[in-house]
Design a protein. Structure first.
Length: 570
């Protein structure tokens, strides 16, 4: 038996149990057992905190019975774990004319943290919890911590702002709160014995804040597109039961079932590649020289019209790994070169979408406009470096859930018409924003994603995780047709302009009407967008104008790609 261990010099040492005798003082079997035992104890020690974080609001979980000081570090003497404190939020209410009103429906929540947790992290939890509560109940967004007053539940007094500023830790706050010299009981005796800090969060609503709501009188375009062509919103699932109550979260043994997936997998040696910004509007393709071990399941768990999706494990983290099996040529297989090329196109689109998401959310935050949180997970490409699968490549991003249902808001040729809820209106306004922000050179289409509100508690982490729509597989129509499969150029842009109907979010953001943007950006001013679609000649004429690698200001359409400092035609 051969056991691998890491020495202090970070060099890999190899021990052979058959050669390790009493003279060396090393017992490989003993060493392996010790390593395994310490890892098991470490997982058990952290189990209580993880269960508290996972459990639905109000769930009572028995404290751990494990004694001793386990450590998750392999080798070395066991270390003392950090002390933990429980942060409880009992109430979230309004403040109105000197009175603390009831506010939205809220269930108390308690989460365990290490005492050295920065108060900046706790403040983020307060903000997320409050924002989620108000957004879901009233459509009101709580954007900044300055909109919240933090009270002690026990004393009903305001928490000293200096005790919870970003330079302090949770341990500092605990010591201040339990200091008897203050003369005020901030923490009850019972909470003190249980190490609980109990808070009451009060929202100070802005009376001048406008909540964007749609109504039946919202004007529409004179010639709306045939509804049969539109991509209407598809709800991922209906979380409400027939009596209007949410289904109960699983408790007891059903909440802690362990399911072992026995789908066979393959171990691969891979290298990681990604696009990084060059600081002037372009992107450079870089490959990390560090080799990684990846395990990919042999069967895909999902597939679309062009790609298959496999579950992949890298460093014990689950990812969705996608590769192309069809690129528009019937009866032909996709070569490794074509697969990698199209994956890089998609990765570039992801970078552009991510940047647009950041700008869109920043604009909404600045103007305090109630929109649904949009996000893009960080993605990268892994390529197999050796073995029978050498040259295979996958686009990889974090796996949210294998069973999550996708909500689709628009198609490649169909603009969205989603007026029934905030997430749908946000998706439609986001598409308009991309067209506005790029000065008419691109528009994001085929908008789809996974809504955190449709996930089970375990998948969306907890009540303290910000709500949001995680976007993926977004397509782009561009004036230069440089964004790979699905980029229909001016024809696709024209489809969007003819079909899009502005909603309240578009107007609140002050987005220029799509017709005006189109007329200003269309290269041939002698032709009207209302006429028949322009042919390939018009597209190619415009493509000769080229793109800029600087893209200063608003424009996002021309993203130059570089390799080793040289501009590439990819």
């Amino acid at each position: 038996m051969v056991v691998l261990a890491t020495s202090p010099s970070s060099l890999l040492e190899v021990y052979d149990s058959q050669e390790a005798g009493t003279d060396s003082g090393f017992d490989a079997h003993d060493y392996a057992r010790q390593q395994h035992a310490e890892q098991v104890l470490a997982h058990m020690a952290s189990g209580y905190a993880e269960a508290m974080n996972r459990g639905p609001a109000g769930t009572r979980i028995a404290p751990p019975k494990l004694k001793g000081n386990p450590t998750g570090q392999a080798g070395g003497p066991p270390g003392k774990p950090g002390n933990r404190l429980n942060v409880k939020v009992s109430k979230v209410t309004d403040y109105d004319n000197g009175r603390y009103r009831t506010g939205p429906l809220f269930n108390a929540i308690s989460v365990s943290y290490l005492e050295d947790t920065p108060m900046a992290d706790i403040r983020k939890v307060f903000l997320t919890l409050t924002d989620n509560t108000y957004m879901k109940a009233t459509g009101y967004r709580v954007w900044e911590m300055e909109e919240i007053t933090v009270l002690w539940t026990t004393s009903k007094t305001v928490v000293n702002p200096e005790w919870i500023d970003d330079t302090k830790t949770l341990g500092h706050l605990w010591r201040h709160a339990t200091d008897s010299t203050h003369g005020t009981l901030y923490v009850s005796k019972i909470d003190m014995s249980r190490k609980v800090l109990d808070f009451h969060l009060v929202v100070n609503p802005d009376p001048d804040r406008v909540i964007v709501e749609e109504d039946a009188d919202t004007p529409v375009k004179e010639n709306p597109t045939n509804r049969s062509k539109r991509a209407n919103s598809v709800a991922a699932s209906d979380l409400q039961t027939s009596n209007g109550k949410k289904p109960r979260a699983a408790t007891g043994k059903d909440a802690y079932r362990t399911i072992v997936h026995r789908s066979p997998g393959t171990v691969l040696n891979v290298e990681k590649g990604s696009y990084i910004s060059n600081g002037v509007g372009g992107y450079i393709w870089v490959v990390d020289p560090t080799r990684l071990k990846a395990i990919i399941e042999d069967k895909c768990f999902a597939s679309g019209e062009t790609k298959e999706v496999y579950k992949m494990l890298i460093a014990d983290k689950s990812y969705a790994a996608k590769r192309f099996f069809y690129i528009g040529e019937l009866g032909s297989t996709v070569s490794q070169e074509d697969n990698l090329s199209h994956l890089k196109d998609e990765l570039l689109r992801n970078r552009l979408v991510s940047r647009t998401v950041d700008k869109f959310m920043a604009a909404a935050r600045t103007d305090k406009i109630a929109v649904y949180n949009l996000r893009m997970d960080e993605s990268f490409i892994v390529s197999v470096t050796d073995g029978p699968h050498k040259g295979d490549a996958f686009l990889v991003d974090p796996l949210i859930s294998e069973t999550a249902e996708v909500r689709k808001f628009s198609g490649t040729e169909e603009a969205g018409a989603n007026r029934e809820d905030l997430v749908g209106r946000t998706a439609d306004a986001f598409a308009h924003y991309s067209y506005f922000d790029s000065d008419g050179t691109i528009v994001l289409v085929d908008i789809q994603g996974i809504d955190s509100e449709t996930l089970r508690t375990g998948s969306r982490k907890s009540q303290t995780t910000a709500h949001g729509l995680t976007l993926f597989d977004i397509m782009i129509h561009s004036s230069t047709m440089q964004y790979g499969l699905g980029d229909d150029g001016w024809s696709g842009i024209q489809d969007f302009v003819e079909q899009h109907e502005c909603n309240g979010i578009c107007r609140a953001l002050g987005l220029t009407d799509v017709d005006i943007i189109y007329d200003a950006s269309w290269p041939d001013t002698t032709k009207s967008k209302g006429k028949a679609k322009q042919g390939a000649k018009d597209k190619s004429d415009h493509e000769e104008e080229g793109t800029s690698s600087s893209n200063a200001g608003k424009g996002l359409g021309g993203l130059a790609i570089y390799k080793g400092g040289e501009e590439s035609d990819e």
